[in-house]
Design a protein around this ligand. Structure first.
Ligand code: SF4
Length: 215
């Protein structure tokens, strides 16, 4: 049985999730709220037909909801670069992610009125979010929600220290745990995309999840 305190949290999450869904719909996104990662995965699998190709860039959320395994079981070809690749192989894998039937990703931050913010080092992820001749699906946990655009940008930068630690990099923020807007040559915050709406001609779905997911 759910504890009443947890129940209150669940209800508040649902309210916030639905607020976001309404804001996103006004901005021409297809949007739904999923209370947890299991439901989020169900929504993803409803959108992606069996046998489709799917590009998955660097994203913890998509892996946390179990989408990689589920898509493989769904008969999909999943293109992703979080595997052993030589530097020569990487660009082709980025292009395969880019050119897949579906581009499945998360976001670094989203404002309560539906502006989606992402920061990238290589630029493969933000460029595929800006344009693609395919359908894009965002899966975004409520931990990514920020009030204003400025808060969203700060929130997006807060994803960097754990990512750099995961990659074994060396930036000032891995010592402090927060962004110092560094001038380090190892700086991974190099390109930012602020999506105010889906770009012309792009079909974009957003699944808001009532859980903390990703960094
Ligand atoms: S700008 Fe530098 S310090 Fe700030 S999050 Fe990016 S890499 Fe870290």
């Amino acid at each position: 049985m759910t504890h009443p305190l947890e129940e209150a949290r669940t209800k508040a999450n649902e309210k916030l999730g639905n607020t976001l869904v309404e804001a996103l719909k006004k901005k021409e996104y297809q949007a739904v709220y999923a209370p947890d990662r299991e439901k989020a995965l169900e929504e993803v699998l409803k959108l992606i037909p069996k046998g489709a190709s799917v590009g998955v860039p660097g994203t913890v959320t998509i892996r946390q909801i179990g989408a990689m395994e589920a898509l493989a079981e769904h008969g999909c070809t999943v293109h992703h670069h979080w595997k052993q690749l030589t530097p020569e192989q990487k660009p082709q894998v980025f292009m395969d992610e880019y050119g897949a039937d579906y581009f499945l990703t998360s976001a670094n931050a989203i404002t309560r009125d539906g502006i989606i913010v992402n920061i990238d080092g290589t630029g493969n992820r933000v460029s595929a979010m800006a344009w693609g001749d395919n359908t894009m699906i965002f899966v975004i946990g409520l931990n990514k929600v920020a009030g204003t655009l400025e808060e969203a940008i700060n929130r997006a930068r807060s994803a960097t220290p754990p990512n750099v630690i995961r990659l074994g990099g060396d930036t000032p923020c891995i010592q402090t745990g927060y962004c110092l807007d560094c001038q380090s040559p190892a700086r991974v915050c190099r390109a930012m995309l602020i999506l105010e709406r889906p770009t012309f001609g792009r079909k974009v779905h957003v699944i808001i999840v009532g859980e903390n997911l990703g960094y």
